[in-house]
Design a protein around this ligand. Structure first.
Ligand SMILES: [Zn+2]
Ligand SMILES: [Zn+2]
Length: 522
């Protein structure tokens, strides 16, 4: 039998002809999930299904269904892995040893065929999800006996007292198959590390927020958000972390057999910031030149090649080349710090374009450099709405957009890759040059948004993207900007001041322009 696109749902196992319609929204999605679940349950695989004939929407729904099932299965496996680990605790008499394995992770890895590290992660997540804390009334919990009151359900002496999962949001989301165990592991590990430095109320708020965002972020983006969260939750430790990263800096250069020179290394944020700023600015310049060129003489270099050329040109320049100017957009590093932190001479700051927060002492040291612009968050604000008087966004406006969007508001790319765009177009829609009508986007996302018809809704402090019906039938807005990729806004109320409308802290900032600020054509 040949399966055609039209009867693909039947091939997936639909029985009622009336149910066979695709594209009817979430009902169709849950039907596909049900059918895929049944096939997994029965171990039938894709037997009898002509995969070539599946429509795109059934293909996507099937993939999403399998991902959902995989997350559910992993959550179940994590709970079992935790039990195996508990029963292996008894040393030589423990379960893993009796089965001939050095550790429970090795036992589980032998079953899954994955790495021991992967198995250990299952065990860790299972442990975190099994942990409970006593239920307390009131707003989110007391700090009495923190640490010592946190016990595991099965060995708790006071099992009578009502308790709740220690990581209630991660538990719920992984249990429902909405959060992968890798993401859950990132969040619970971080929350465990900041336990001594935070109240349970703040941790709960952070957990809820990170779980919420995790469902929309890639693993790498979530890792960055978690890193930021950790720095803000445990400000004392950031000096230590920074020193640790700094001690690990290293760069090696060698020649391989093909005659290529291999450069590899690890740079701490302070060392990386100028390197990133320089390379990004030179690549951004190259990309912009390319867009302005005619197509016949197009620059066909890849971004990787541009970056390699940039390093070569910069090195020649340092060695005294005679060409007067480097081919790069005018650039400076921008370091940011909250006004309260600045006054308190402690705390956390950041360098635009890098995900890793830096200690206040480093912000201060870097701010002393002539080519670094210190931006103080929560300082006095300037007039940031220019209406129809001026077409291009002012430096002050772009700083405020940086503060709101952090980089590309859609994908989180570094600021130097972004341009400020009018959301309602200047010419076509009479769009004003106001913050609510501005957004920072990288070139790729800008094209994608126009091509696929995404909507953008912005206020002074938030930006959201409305997917086209082809991406999400219900067109549910998705948060973007810093609130999505970096430290979430709603914790600010818990710790520090509002910071809309960043202003430059020094006058010399007027003639230097921050990386990315100047990229839009006048
Ligand atoms: Zn982007
Ligand atoms: Zn546009």
């Amino acid at each position: 039998m040949t399966t055609t696109v039209a009867d693909a749902p039947a091939a997936l196992g639909y029985r009622a002809a009336a149910d066979a319609g695709i594209g009817s929204g979430s009902r169709s999605t849950s039907r596909v999930l049900g059918r895929v679940r049944a096939r997994v349950g029965e171990g039938r695989g894709w037997d009898g299904v002509d995969l070539e004939a599946l429509s795109e929407s059934v293909l996507l729904e099937s993939s999403s269904a399998l991902a959902q099932i995989e997350r559910e299965v992993n959550a179940m496996h994590a709970a079992i892995a935790h039990q195996i680990a508990r029963r292996s605790d008894a040393g030589p008499g423990g379960l893993a040893r009796r089965q001939g394995f050095q550790s429970p992770a090795k036992l589980i890895a032998s079953q899954t065929g994955e790495s021991t590290a992967e198995a250990q992660r299952l065990i860790n997540v299972g442990g975190a999800l099994a942990a409970t804390i006593p239920e307390v009334d009131g707003a989110g919990g007391s700090e009495v006996g923190l640490g010592s009151t946190e016990t595991e359900a099965t060995c708790s002496a006071d099992a009578q007292r009502p308790s709740r999962p220690k990581y209630v949001h991660v538990s719920a989301a992984t249990g429902a198959g909405k959060l992968s165990i890798s993401s859950g592991n990132l969040i619970t590990n971080m929350l465990g590390r900041v336990e001594a430095a935070t109240t349970s109320e703040v941790r709960l708020a952070a957990e809820r927020d990170l779980v919420d965002r995790a469902m929309r972020l890639s693993y790498d983006q979530l890792a960055r958000a978690v890193r930021q969260a950790e720095a803000w939750l445990d400000r004392e430790r950031i000096e230590q972390t920074h020193q640790m990263l700094r001690d690990e800096r290293c760069l090696t250069i060698r020649e391989d057999q093909a005659g290529m020179t291999l450069i590899s290394g690890k740079l701490d944020p302070e060392t990386a910031a100028p390197v990133r700023a320089m390379l990004d600015a030179m690549v951004a310049h190259g990309l912009r030149e390319r867009r302005e060129q005619d197509r016949l003489a197009a620059d066909v270099r890849s971004v990787g090649q541009m970056r390699a050329d940039a390093l070569g040109i910069a090195a020649r320049h340092v060695l005294g080349c005679k060409s007067e100017k480097l081919p790069m957009s005018p650039t400076a590093m921008v370091v940011r710090m909250n006004l309260d932190d600045l006054r308190a001479s402690a705390g956390v700051g950041e360098v635009d374009g890098l995900g890793q927060p830096i200690p206040a002492s480093v912000v201060r040291r870097m701010a002393a450099d002539a080519n670094v612009i210190p931006a103080v968050l929560g300082g006095e604000s300037e007039v940031l709405d220019l209406g129809r008087e001026q077409r291009s966004f002012s430096v002050g406006q772009r700083r405020a957009l940086f503060e709101r969007d952090g980089g590309c508001a859609f994908c989180g790319a570094p600021p130097s890759f972004t341009e400020a765009h009018h959301i309602r177009w200047w010419e076509r829609d009479d769009g004003p040059t106001d913050l609510e009508n501005g957004v920072l986007l990288c070139v790729r996302c800008h094209h994608l948004i126009h091509r696929d018809g995404w909507g953008i809704e912005a206020t002074v402090s938030t930006v959201e993207f409305v997917p086209p019906a082809s991406v999400d039938r219900n067109r549910v807005p998705r948060p973007g900007g810093r609130a999505m990729f970096d430290r979430p806004r709603d914790w600010r109320a818990l710790g520090d001041g509002e910071s809309v409308g960043a202003t430059a802290g020094v006058d010399s900032a007027a003639d230097t322009t921050a990386a990315g600020l100047i990229l839009e054509r006048p």
